[in-house]
Design a protein around this ligand. Structure first.
Ligand code: NDP
Length: 453
């Protein structure tokens, strides 16, 4: 009787995606993230009836809360501008909601739900007590004056401050939100609440930030890559690496990969990519730091400065390399890009961005035995050090650079071990299965422990 009941439920699970699509129309990115997750966890769930009986899938894909609000602000001409603000508080079963804020004109509910959903399992993988959330706005900081960015951030925080707190929800940065934006938002939160607490991470070091937080996502990506290569008895030394993006994650991935003996030959932004066959050394990377973080210029200026090629409106995946690190944005690497990388003998792809590879691109990597790490495992270093920043804030202490860096390395290595534990079949490690199943077990079991949540 029970077997028949479970069989019926298991079959229902296979139709689960149709239900998700029907319930979340016009949310393609969210559906894509759920589909990728289901491909990994459904076979596992069907072998573990407690997850079927507790209807955990339906519970886990529904955000606990989605907040949408108006953000009015005055531009430098004195004109009222209106943007839309969001915070998706997805899952708090293992800790307070934690996840970044993205300011980009493409931001909408679908993108934030996909990011919040991924964040749940990523945060679980770090081993730290953090739930999953994500937020942001369709505000575009590009081309805005500092004054306009500040006015926007202050208005955004007036509403967001009602929903967040150091024990409730602790946002951080993401695309378009760096230390400048975190500073303006933190200042405003402090004025509204009259309290100095660790309500945001990614803060500057003078007022509660952690050493290594700016570097953490990029460094973590390279530590994870190193673990994958080590597991396959290989090293980073003399590997040629193609990176997309030139923001926070791309910059520090480039720095750490170069430090460990690899040669990075591309960086990009939304206007195209630069190809520097001699490699982006420290001096050249310092130029990129200044160009992108202070001057807020375009990556094409690199090619003018160092006399290399700039490919307008192109992505770098056709350039021959050993390793590819997509570090810009979602769905930036398609099936045909993946086929090009395979043709050019790329051996590893490690995601710095969230969901940069489409599902069919991932299939190409897996079918061709390319080592492939999904962002929820490989880019978890950022949120891990955010978790360490929260601990330091609670203790009212600062740890040294070395201490934080060593903890980050250890966390990335443990995430790798968990992926091996849950993703191995024969000699092959399927990091997609490993990361999804490992994160899922921790979150799902916590939800079951906590009753009907
Ligand atoms: P930044 O804003 O610092 O940089 C983003 C980079 O990606 C820029 O070079 C930007 O170019 C490029 N980019 C953004 N959108 C597009 C697009 N539609 N097409 C082409 N290029 C684009 O962001 P981060 O480096 O912080 O984030 C990059 C990725 O890493 C995101 O997916 C983010 O979610 C993920 N991530 C970030 C973490 C962090 O700690 N910062 C943690 C974990 C994941 P341009 O300037 O022209 O827009």
């Amino acid at each position: 009787m029970l077997t028949t009941y479970l069989l019926v439920l298991a079959m229902k699970n296979e139709m689960f995606l149709d239900k998700v699509i029907a319930k979340n129309p016009n949310e393609p990115e969210f559906i894509q993230a759920v589909e990728e997750f289901l491909n990994s966890v459904l076979p596992f769930i069907n072998k573990n009836p407690k997850y079927i009986v507790s209807n955990i899938l339906e519970r886990i894909i529904e955000p606990e809360r989605s907040i949408i609000f108006k953000v009015p602000w005055l531009d430098d001409m004195g004109k009222v501008q209106i943007n839309r603000g969001f915070r998706v508080e997805f899952n708090s079963s293992i800790g307070p909601y934690k996840g970044g804020l993205r300011f980009h004109p493409t931001v909408n509910l679908s993108i934030l739900k996909f990011l919040g959903f991924e964040q749940i399992f990523k945060n679980a993988l770090t081993g730290l007590p953090m739930g999953g959330g994500k937020g942001g706005s369709d505000f575009d900081p590009k081309g805005k004056s500092d004054n306009e960015v500040m006015k926007f951030c202050q208005s955004f925080m007036i509403e967001l401050s009602r929903h967040i707190g150091p024990n409730t929800d602790i946002p951080a940065g993401d695309i378009g939100v760096g230390s400048r934006e975190i500073g303006y938002m933190f200042g405003q939160y402090k004025r509204i609440k009259n309290e100095f607490t660790g309500v945001l991470t990614g803060k500057s070091q003078n007022w509660g930030g952690s050493l290594i937080r700016p570097e953490a996502t990029g460094y973590g990506v390279v530590y994870f890559l190193n673990e994958m290569l080590k597991f396959n008895k290989d090293t980073l030394k003399d590997k040629t690496i193609v990176i997309s993006g030139s923001g926070n994650v791309a910059q520090y991935s480039c720095e750490k990969a170069t430090e460990l003996g690899a040669k990075v030959i591309t960086l990009s932004d939304s206007s195209g990519f630069i190809y520097d066959p001699d490699g982006i050394n420290k001096e050249k990377l310092d130029f990129v730091f200044h160009l992108k973080n202070t001057k807020r210029g375009r990556i094409s200026e690199y090619s003018k400065k160092f006399g290399c090629k700039f490919y307008k409106n192109k992505t770098p995946w056709g350039i021959k390399c050993d390793v590819a690190l997509p570090c810009a944005t979602q769905n930036e690497l398609t099936k045909s890009d993946a086929q090009l990388l395979v043709k050019n003998n790329c051996i590893a792809v490690c995601e710095g961005a969230n969901m940069p590879c489409s599902i069919d691109a991932v299939d190409v990597f897996l079918n061709n035995k390319v080592l492939y790490a999904p962002g929820k495992a490989s880019n978890a270093g950022g949120v891990a050090v955010s978790g360490l920043e929260m601990s330091q804030n609670s203790l009212r202490m600062n740890w040294s650079r070395d201490e934080v860096n060593e903890r980050l390395k250890l966390i990335m290595s443990e995430i790798h071990q968990n992926c091996v534990k849950y993703g191995s079949s024969g000699e092959i490690v399927n990091y997609v299965n490993g990361s999804n199943i490992s994160g899922f077990i921790k979150v799902a079991d916590s939800m079951i422990d906590q009753g009907v949540v």
